[in-house]
Design a protein around this ligand. Structure first.
Ligand code: ADP
Length: 484
């Protein structure tokens, strides 16, 4: 076992360079946490998207080389920088145009971009003669790096363990097959993947990785079932021994009620009563009347069918006679935006809808709302429940994926941290909301739930240690699945 584990971390996006979603959070945090707490040598490699502010970083060119393609070699340029002690490489070339968004809606276009990126990242390390002990790719975009190494014998990487991080299974990259083929990555027609998946990048990564790590232990189990398996559950069951889950962490410096500059009043577990000031300020800000006996619910979410926000209006109607208020912050699907606006029109004295992305308001909502509603249909990990607990805002969530892994139900556990419900239905959600409204009437009990949540450790440091245990195990037992 090497003294210092060398890991190449590949992702389509990484905060703060460029962040579109949760993957950006992970890629921006986990490599640094690994280096800081486990003495690893992790290097991050991302595409040099147009959205990345060149002048904000001290970038220097480290290599130029060509990537073979059936229509002629494509030139790649690699730039390097250090960010908070993390070595970062950015790759540019014609498939990564400066005027294109990070993701388009065309998997063929994105497949060309990200396969080029994945292969260029591997080639770059060869040029730099930096030989990783492990390649940690993420989601469909960088899965081609893993497939490439297992479908062609490559002496430089012969000892590297291949790990694929899975943050959202339904995004398989279907339609990108011809783009992979252009770079010489042929469909796996003799594999046990279903025929429709044999040329899609994520399934190919799932087929060829030494190990698959999902964004929570719960999600790792769920993807083996027809309900969550995106048509791949039978295949994934055949790889069940190679599937596990590790939770994502949250940035505990950014999300800290004791120092958060956006709050009216900072607080910690010993000064929980200060939340009252934040609640008052939040209600004033959105124009709702304060009433100490009303529980204030919040939703902070992408408005996407995945998040189950469509279950909320009917659930609230069912508990209309109970004392609650609700603030919704979200944007996304037009139909869901409309239904949220309608809910505000239906309950003008109780509901406010902020249809936008507003990071500042989100901080104030975590600090001022009493409970956060998270009725997700599926949730690979979920960050909002962890942030909410850190802020003493009690989660009311569907028992799925990472939500179930991180929230202890108040009626099932002495040390409960929230309220869980089972089925993705308004009735089931209403049942959990009722339990929350009733619990809120007993303030000492409610305070105990808040404190139990605030005591949880959701820091990246904790999860980085779990990743290092996995890295070491894979390096020790590494034997490539050579497909050829
Ligand atoms: P996902 O990545 O699936 O959207 P997560 O729970 O993992 O869901 O992370 C969502 C993150 O985005 C959280 O930090 C949450 O506070 C933030 N967020 C979601 N919607 C909004 C919004 N409309 N305004 C501000 N922040 C938002």
């Amino acid at each position: 076992m090497p003294d210092k584990i060398k890991a190449l971390f590949l992702a389509a996006e990484a905060d703060p360079f460029v962040k579109i979603g949760g993957l950006g959070d992970v890629a921006g945090s986990l490599p640094r946490a690994l280096n800081a707490v486990t003495n690893a040598d992790v290097r991050l490699c991302i595409p040099f998207h147009g959205a990345i502010q060149r002048q904000a970083y001290d970038l220097h060119r480290v290599a130029t080389f060509e990537i073979p393609h059936v229509n002629g070699n494509i030139r790649a340029e690699a730039l390097a920088t250090e960010f908070n002690d993390l070595p970062v490489f950015l790759i540019s070339g014609a498939p990564i145009p400066a005027d294109a968004p990070v993701y388009s809606s065309d998997n063929l276009v994105d497949g060309h971009k990200f396969t080029f990126f994945s292969l260029a990242a591997l080639e770059l390390m060869r040029r730099l003669d930096w030989r990783p002990d492990i390649i940690h790719a993420n989601d469909w975009h960088t899965a081609p790096a893993i497939y490439a190494l297992s479908s062609k014998r490559d002496m430089f990487y012969i000892n590297a363990a291949l790990l694929l991080g899975l943050h959202n299974l339904p995004f398989l990259g279907v339609g990108a097959g011809p783009a992979l083929k252009g770079f010489g990555l042929l469909p796996a027609i003799e594999s046990n993947l279903p025929p429709w998946a044999q040329d899609a990048p994520l399934p190919l990564g799932l087929l060829s990785a030494d190990h698959i790590v999902a964004a929570s232990p719960g999600y790792a189990r769920e993807i083996l079932t027809p309900e969550y398996g995106s048509g791949l559950h039978e295949f994934l069951v055949s790889r069940a021994d190679a599937v596990s889950g590790i939770l994502n962490g949250i940035d505990t410096q950014k999300w800290n009620p004791e120092t958060d500059p956006e709050l009216s009043s900072n607080y910690n577990p010993d000064r929980l009563e200060a939340r009252q000031e934040n609640k008052q300020a939040l209600l004033d800000e959105v124009g709702l009347k304060a009433d100490p006996d009303r529980i204030l619910f919040a939703i902070i979410s992408r408005l996407d069918p995945q998040k189950g926000v469509d279950l909320v209006p009917e659930a609230l109607r069912q508990i209309a006679s109970m004392p609650w208020q609700l603030i919704i912050l979200g944007t996304g699907d037009a139909t869901l935006e409309d239904s949220v606006r309608q809910l505000e029109a239906e309950y003008p004295h109780r509901v406010r809808a902020a249809i936008r992305f507003d990071a500042v308001l989100s901080h104030r909502m975590y600090a001022g709302a009493d409970a956060l509603l998270i009725p997700s249909r599926y949730e690979p990990c979920g960050l909002t429940q962890m942030i909410a607990m850190r802020y003493g805002c009690v989660p009311v969530a569907r028992a799925t994926g990472g939500l179930r892994d991180t929230i202890r139900d108040c009626d099932r556990s002495k040390n409960g941290t929230g309220f869980l419900f089972k089925s993705a239905s308004s009735d089931s959600l209403a049942g959990a909301l009722k339990r929350a409204v009733r619990a809120y009437t007993d303030r000492s009990k409610w305070g105990a739930v808040q404190l139990a949540g605030m005591k949880q450790d959701f820091s990246w440091n904790r999860f980085a240690r779990q990743y290092m245990i996995l890295y070491k195990k894979l390096i020790r037992t590494q034997k490539h699945i050579h497909l050829v």
